[in-house]
Design a protein around this ligand. Structure first.
Ligand code: GBH
Length: 488
């Protein structure tokens, strides 16, 4: 009997891989780049697990042509990367000079992608704030300054690249920017009330202020795009939020409520203002006067300030009421079910297990609540102990293949059976890279990076993802005009 026909993805579905500037570029002092808050933070002993930093990363500032060749070989439709603010405006501010070399670097990358039929999907901010803005006025803590400086930076990028870039993300994962940078203090700039970790910071107020300021900065960048560029350039712009599926530990009412509280703090904190025009009631209840407020004029800018829902997701948590972690909404996360079994295969990071049904549930939840087309802008898995294996074994990344097999099946069901409007799927990541506070030991790439030589070697997961999407979408079409230009 003939095999049933393969179920397709919608026409024009975008798929590909994602990266971020500080995680791959290296060359932190090349061509007039200014410092970012991750430069010195990652060089400070104790901040990064393996004691390494972002000075080299995957050397993509120098090897970007190899990265484009790899993407071309894979045959992706799109590539998501982020711009380094401090390469483009080394001191970051609205009156500071633009660095032509920074513009040139990204301009060449964009041309090379287009020449190979790859749609550039560009993030403006993936955590590498110019150090000068932090030193000058406290960076994200200072609303009036950061909103203006971020909006000007965004304008410079729309002006320089918007003729060729039609997909923009303003900020990547504001929960991480706020909570990890200004609450737990595990990410740059490393502020926290925990005096073992940081000499400065107030974890009870700063993360909520930073989150608020990120929302407003994002919204003003979108307003600038819509008013000054969109008609001419015709692109789309939005924010992308981290958020894992939160499942009640059991069906007790307090744990069912806990799962919703976890969603409210991880996702609703940002998504409710941007898509619905208010903060989640639970956030008001939890924070009282510590939750900053928007004026009516600000709400007008914030509400509706995203053309799509940008979704980064990795795992599912089982949620139980209680615990003292405000940053999780006073909800305890576990992977251990009431019967003692594990939710799924454990990754190298403690926070990640493979549970594909959660991916489908999250898509359904977000689509029902926010009613926006969804772009999955990150999703991936770090195989346990991958770095301790010789590379010919590491590239046989069966746990990662299984992870992608599960989520792609969930993706297809969400689209075809549940009617969720998903238009893009980006796997994290194109390459193993600088995994922030985890250093280089945790690997998320579908391509292995041998850090001694910077050689890139496709893992089995890349073959799985590529084949799966190629069978369900139309091929990428090179821009022949640009092809001759970029090869000359
Ligand atoms: C993404 O964040 C990032 O955008 C990307 O740069 C990164 O490389 C990738 O994931 C893989 O980590 O409670 O301190 O243990 C994913 C969202 C949210 C995952 C916070 C880890 C737990 C942090 N992250 N979460 S902690």
């Amino acid at each position: 009997m003939a095999a049933p026909p393969i179920r397709k993805l919608p026409p024009n579905f975008l798929w590909g891989f994602a990266t971020a500037s500080f995680q791959i570029e290296g060359s932190t002092d090349a061509d007039g780049r200014g410092k970012s808050i991750w430069d010195d933070f990652s060089r400070t002993p104790g901040k990064v697990a393996d004691g390494r930093n972002g000075d080299d990363a995957t050397n993509s500032y120098k090897l970007w042509r190899e990265d484009v060749a790899l993407l071309t070989k894979y045959g992706v439709k799109t590539y998501r990367f982020s711009l380094s603010w401090s390469r483009i405006i080394p001191l970051g501010g609205r009156n500071d000079p633009i660095n032509p070399k920074g513009i040139e670097f990204y301009s060449n990358l964009i041309d090379a992608l287009l020449a190979n039929g790859i749609v550039p999907f560009v993030t403006l901010y993936h955590w590498d704030l110019p150090q000068a803005l932090h030193d000058r006025y406290g960076g994200w803590l200072n609303k009036d300054e950061i909103v203006q400086d971020f909006t000007r930076y965004a304008r410079v990028c729309f002006e320089a690249f918007g003729d060729r870039v039609k997909y923009w993300l303003t900020v990547n994962e504001p929960w991480c920017v706020s909570i990890l940078g200004y609450g737990r203090g595990v990410f740059a700039p490393g502020r926290s009330s925990d005096r073992n970790r940081s000499s400065e910071g107030d974890s009870s107020t700063e993360p909520w202020i930073v989150g608020h300021n990120v929302i407003l900065s994002h919204a003003h960048a979108v307003k600038a795009y819509r008013e000054e560029f969109k008609t001419k350039q015709g692109g789309q712009i939005g924010i992308t939020l981290n958020g894992d599926w939160q499942m009640p530990y059991d069906d007790s009412p307090e744990n069912v409520a806990a799962a919703q509280h976890a969603l409210d703090v991880a996702i609703g904190w940002y998504a409710d203002p941007v898509y619905l025009g208010h903060y989640p009631p639970y956030l008001h209840q939890m924070l009282g006067a510590r939750l900053p407020t928007f004026s009516d004029a600000e709400w007008k800018v914030v509400k509706g300030s995203s053309d799509f829902y940008g979704m980064n997701t990795y795992t599912t948590n089982l949620c139980r009421a209680g615990g003292d972690d405000e940053f999780q909404g006073f909800v305890d996360y576990t992977f251990t079910r009431p019967d003692g079994t594990q939710l799924g295969t454990q990754a190298h990071c403690a926070w990640l297990q493979d549970y594909a049904p959660g991916f489908r549930s999250l898509l359904n939840y977000l689509y029902k609540r926010y009613r926006m087309p969804i772009y999955v802008t990150e999703n991936g898995f770090a195989v346990k102990n991958e770095s301790s294996l010789p590379r010919d074994l590491a590239i046989k990344d069966t746990d990662r293949v299984n992870y992608y097999r599960g989520v792609t099946a969930s993706l297809l069901s969400a689209i075809n059976d549940d009617g969720v409007d998903v238009r893009c799927y980006l796997a994290w990541s194109l390459l193993d890279n600088f995994e922030w506070a985890d250093g280089y030991v945790t690997r998320f790439g579908v391509t292995y990076v041998d850090y001694a030589t910077q050689e890139r070697i496709p893992k089995e997961s890349s073959a799985f993802v590529v084949k799966w999407f190629k069978e369900r979408t139309q091929p990428a079409v090179p821009d022949l005009k640009l092809l001759s230009k970029s090869s000359s």
